[in-house]
Design a protein around this ligand. Sequence first.
Ligand code: SF4
Length: 305
Amino acid sequence: MSSECWKCGDTAVIHRKYEGKSWCSEHFQEQFESLVKDTVRENDLFENDDRVCVALSGGMDSSALLLFLVELFEDWKNAELIALTVDEGIENYRDESIEIAKELCDDLGVELHIASFKEEFGKSLDEIMEDKDYGCTYCGVLRRWILNKKSRELDADKVATAHNLDDELQSVFMNYLKGDMKRMVRLGAKPAVIDDEKFVPRVKPFRETPEKEIALYGRLRDLELHQTECPYVEDSLRFDVRDFLNEMERKRPSTKFTALRAFDKLLPVLEEKFSEEDPSIRSCEECGEITSGDVCKACQFRKEI
Ligand code: SF4
């Protein structure tokens, strides 16, 4: 491995095995931003007059996304950015990351909104977990419910999430292992999920960017690192798939990119077969949000808790 940047000869901060090149800090950042811009452009992620809500957890990925979008939108005079943080109510974990999110939004001049489990569901996640260990599935459903409802109330045209290459590929493999082909269609940089005015479309500018490179970019841009792990994180299928993909990438560099490109070739075929307009999409009888049943999953969970 070369310890010098292949472009300028300065000390390298990263060696990318998958392309056989080393990069110094300056050229790595330049190239990182250029690749994310390619994802934005090739997938038409934003319109010039979009009001975009960034799902900001205060973790490195979403902080880096906010910073990247603030700089990208400097040249897009009519586009607007706001940030939304969901506070699940996890002591010594989410409160720390919310402080990071607040400081970052102050520095960048971005309006931050915070929505909490306590306000929406009457209980924090800590209180919910006191009764029973509901695990990440419940938390994820409740968080997505809040994200959609709040971003719509904030008049956002789109929600930008920090899903990266690793997240996306893990989802592809997990859905495949579970045989859930319909969920595959919800993947992609700009998933064509539900065509309904109550649904705020999601976009993923970092979808083709490896997690490790986002972490490096964030460090080089002096973003604060939130190191604490959620106390409720569970040993899930996602972790097994993550370890498998990391091992494959270690042995055969470029596996992740190749697998994502292969999936992208399949996606239009899957969309044609599985995403015909779903006649069962309707309003939840309890909360009015979109659902494919009579009562949405979040309201079913809400009753349980
Ligand atoms: Fe929620 Fe699980 Fe994430 Fe913790 S690790 S915030 S419980 S989804």
